[in-house]
Design a protein around this ligand. Sequence first.
Ligand code: FES
Ligand SMILES: [Fe+2]
Length: 419
Amino acid sequence: MNQDIVNRAHQLLKARKPDWSLEQPFYVDSDFFDMEMELFFTRQWLFAAMTCEIPATGDWIRVDIARESVIVLRKKDGQIAAYHNTCRHRGSRICLAERGRSNRLVCPYHQWSYELDGQLSRTRLMGEAFEKDGFGLVPVAVGVVGGYIFLNLSQKPPSFEPFRTAVESYLLPHDLDNAKVVHTQALVEKANWKLVIENNRECYHCAGSHPELMHIITEFDDPNDPKVSPDYKALLEKKGLDWDALGLPHVHTEGHLQYRAVRLPFTGGMLSMTMDGHPGCTKLLGNLTSPDLGSVRLLHLPNTWNHVLADHAVTFRVFPLNAEETLVTTKWLVHKDAVEDVDYHIPRLIEVWSKTNDQDRQLAENNHLGIRGRAYRSGPYSDVIEGGTRDFVRWYADELLSALEPLANHYSNAKDHAA
Ligand code: FES
Ligand SMILES: [Fe+2]
């Protein structure tokens, strides 16, 4: 770990004006980025993929997280497992394609073969004395909730349970285990990953930038926000009663900066996130019967936000590529038995979020370009409308600071001893 970077980041975070944007190096400096990946990002639970993307035994998907690569697969017992995509022979990547289906994983370099449970099962020409035991793939921690697969790359991940238990009941009625991904949009945004999340966590910019989205949602999406309009408040109450009758959870999960689930209605009588507000897929998810369920907004920092509707779901995944580029992957899901061009039409299904994503990409990239300039100074988040962004940055700064603190203290003690 670069000692100077640790000390500098530690000092900057300690001196940070609360609820102001971060200092420039956190957004643009590649050494800061490496430190952040090591101490923060790869220690978090990260949204990786959906269970329905690997429905059968041996299905696998490759998930690249900065310089790490992970194989996520369905084992013979139906459970999902994940392994570092690094061969135990001499370290080659094993899975080179984005996805596949195999009875065992075979390294392309010298054909070492691994079972789906990660054990090394076959090698060629390694000699009589070679023992395969102890050469299994290195596992990665997996957390699954409501069709979502999360990974944690650290050796000692924090428990996944608090998040799982908080949000599971919102997701289960939509049965995303039995959905299918019908469209994927992968955008490489020329912006630091935190600017992508900061932009997502506020709707200050929505009125000026998102004509399509603003047909459907309001600027204020926290039912407890005093700025929620009386009309929207009345709508919340009415829909809340309807959803209570259907046994669907909708109230905002208890205060937690890292994650949340809430079911919120759309405005203007809209049923779905389509241009005309009609369902994007006539076959509803799971066994749902009402198309009028608003959307479950699922957030899990640092890398995903989601809309789970009656007729379809849209998942968003953010992976940093480097300090100044971020991969934002959006997937649209419908019931696995829905038929294209009968139950849904892809251009219609994806129009609102395709346009909105591109608008957000431009906003984040312009933000990043401005921050790179010498005039950039940290600026204040609005208390009125940027609470989500403020909370994200507050959470990020606290998490990173708590990882930096022991290292900075250690370096400082070592310096005292040397003196
Ligand atoms: S590096 Fe994988 S078999 Fe040699
Ligand atoms: Fe936006």
